[in-house]
Design a protein around this ligand. Structure first.
Ligand code: MG
Length: 249
């Protein structure tokens, strides 16, 4: 804020108020004071229905080469009809690459509720940013549960602003903008993580401050870490994922 104030003061010195009768040339010159010459933002191609040209594609429907089991070894989930699906009991999977600040696009689908589950047992999965901070995946279509545990929540920390859920068996999307936490050299937290989430194009988290690593029991806290993989949860439900890409920022 102080820096902004001093920049504003410098601009005021450099740009004294013009007389009413300033010439067009003088006004043109004055307008340049607040222009920023560059660097010119680099070009990104955004073809309809495809990831942006600078995205890292994590799953295009064909294979799980970008993923591994959190227990080591290959990811134990199945790939079918352009989607990957949780194999119950095979465990969470994570990207082989690590990430810090990202824009992340994920599409997911809850299974039909043939087994009569409700609450947290219906279509539970999750997207763990940096393997720690969970954006909840749940079938929250006509399925009440605690508010900070439904789809679009930052699990046990922030309830979603609205419930934008579609019915089970329909594809849904998350677009996530994640600002990783920053730690000092001695491991203390200098800046907490923040996250913005769009669920099916609707804002459900608006720059929410993450309070620490996701906990089921107890309160979250931070422990210093580096960039880390994106992790998907096996929570004993047949949740599917497709079209996953990330843009490190
Ligand atoms: Mg979950």
């Amino acid at each position: 804020m102080k820096l902004m104030t001093s920049i504003a003061a410098l601009l005021a010195l450099a740009a004294p108020a013009l007389a009413q009768d300033a010439s067009p040339e003088e006004r043109q010159a004055q307008s340049r004071v607040t222009e920023i010459a560059g660097p010119e933002p680099r070009l990104v191609q955004t073809p309809e229905g495809q990831p942006p040209s600078d995205a890292v594609v994590l799953f295009d429907g064909s294979n799980m080469e970008a993923w591994e089991s959190v227990d080591g070894g290959p990811a134990g989930w199945s790939v079918e009809d352009g989607a990957m699906r949780v194999t119950r009991g095979s465990g969470d999977i994570r990207t082989t690459d690590s990430f810090c600040d990202v824009q992340l696009h994920v599409e997911w689908r809850s299974p039909a509720n043939n087994e009569g589950h409700d609450g947290q047992d219906r279509g539970n999965s999750g997207i763990f940013l940096q393997s720690r901070y969970e954006v909840q995946v749940l079938d929250s279509h006509q399925n009440p549960t605690y508010a900070n545990g439904q789809a679009g929540s930052i699990y046990k920390q922030h309830l979603p602003l609205v419930n934008a859920s579609r019915a089970p068996e329909e594809w849904q999307s998350y677009d996530i903008i994640f600002q990783a936490p920053v730690f000092a050299d001695d491991g203390t937290l200098r800046r907490p993580a923040h996250v913005t989430v769009l669920h099916n194009g609707v804002v459900v988290q608006n720059h929410a401050q993450i309070q620490g690593a996701t906990e089921w029991i107890g309160y979250p806290s931070y422990k210093a870490h580096d960039c880390a993989p994106i992790q998907l949860q096996d929570h004993d439900a047949d949740v599917s994922f497709r079209n996953i890409w990330v843009r490190p920022m």
